[in-house]
Design a protein around this ligand. Structure first.
Ligand SMILES: Nc1ncnc2c1ncn2[C@@H]1O[C@H](COP(=O)(O)OP(=O)(O)OP(=O)(O)O)[C@@H](O)[C@H]1O
Length: 325
């Protein structure tokens, strides 16, 4: 951010480990509601300056997990440490150090957007300049508009601004871009990226694959309250799946010659007349080898594309169900 860094304050104030880079540590978290297991033994780790995304379908337990970490819900069992503090018992101490994006809650419908943000800023000893936040979230034009007259996306962005204005060390973003158009979503992504650069730890939940892939350093995919996979977006989309390079060219090329120039274990096949696939890890060198081979035999490859598994595919493979609602 162009504002002063949050990290100086972070290193000064963490109870239970002043130099700790750990922002969030969750172990064996369990929470049930009337016999329904919402969270069934979850472990999470998040360092300062990182984004951890919880990804899962409706009812997977994302919001329950986030609300426990925020101190709004008590777990049945397990341990949760946020900035070295217990969110249930140390809630007052934690409140000033975390940012929580409330979904429409806490707003006075008649208050103007700018007034609301300045009011939130007034609770902080060292707030971010509200005008800077309004500007970076595209809210300057609606500064004088009452909250109830803002669009859903504008209300979401104002809620995000209110969560950030106190210069938190850690922020919880539950579906931060739900209901936003593409332009607003990109503004929010850029701001989240700056926060990360300032050393803020960010826990976000999302249904959106592109949001998770764009923002997350680490992902935890949850289903029925348990982790079904975790890792970086790249690890998850590569794990268990070969990448593929596909192209079109004249039919019935002699692929033994291509196989011979590729590294061992790569498989080349003509899947339909004139449609070719190379299966294996598609590195820049492999791409160059394939195009050089085409040039050597004077063949123009068209529709050349590299395919990887999407997070949607990963989820489908793991659970047999679609991730989208
Ligand atoms: N206060 C509550 N009382 C009863 N059941 C609840 C409560 N909160 C959550 N649940 C149940 O716990 C499970 C997990 O819900 P949760 O809202 O945490 O999932 P989620 O992954 O955030 O879903 P969504 O993406 O739809 O918000 C669901 O079966 C839900 O119905």
């Amino acid at each position: 951010m162009t504002t002063r860094s949050t990290s100086s304050r972070a290193s000064a104030g963490t109870a239970g480990g002043a130099d700790s880079s750990t922002a969030l540590r969750v172990r064996d978290l369990v929470k049930s509601f009337d016999g329904t297991v919402a969270v069934g033994g979850l472990d999470l780790d998040l360092d300062r300056g990182e984004v951890l995304a919880l990804l899962g379908p409706n009812g997977a337990g994302k919001t329950t997990t986030v609300e426990i970490c925020e101190g709004f819900t008590e777990p049945d069992s397990g341990t949760v440490e946020v900035l070295g503090l217990n969110p249930t018992t140390d809630n007052d101490a934690l409140r000033a150090r975390i940012g929580v994006m409330l979904q429409g809650g806490g707003a006075y419908p008649g208050a103007r957007a700018g007034e609301m943000l300045r009011l939130c800023a007034a609770y902080s000893a060292d707030p971010i300049d509200p005008r800077w936040l309004m500007d970076n979230l595209g809210l300057t034009d609606v500064e004088r508009v009452p909250y109830r007259r803002l669009s859903g996306g504008q209300q979401q962005r104002l809620s995000l601004a209110c969560a950030l204005v106190g210069r938190p060390e850690m922020v919880f973003l539950d579906e931060p871009t739900a209901g936003m158009d593409a332009h607003a979503r990109i503004m929010v992504w850029e701001l989240i990226d700056r926060l990360r650069g300032d050393g803020v730890a960010i826990l976000l939940t999302t249904h959106l694959m592109d949001e998770a892939e764009e923002l997350a350093d680490n992902l935890v995919i949850i289903d029925h309250g348990v982790c079904v996979a975790r890792g970086t977006p790249a690890e998850l989309t590569h794990r268990g799946a070969e990448n593929e390079l596909r192209f079109r060219a004249p039919r019935h090329l002699d692929l033994t010659l291509l196989t011979a120039v590729l590294p061992e274990d790569y498989v080349c096949a003509e899947t339909a007349p004139g449609s070719y696939v190379v299966r294996g890890d598609v590195t820049p060198q492999v791409l160059a080898t394939v195009t050089a081979w085409c040039a050597k035999i004077n063949v123009l490859a068209t529709d050349l594309r590299v395919e990887t598994r999407s997070l949607e595919d990963v989820f489908l493979d793991l659970t047999g169900r679609e991730l989208r609602p």
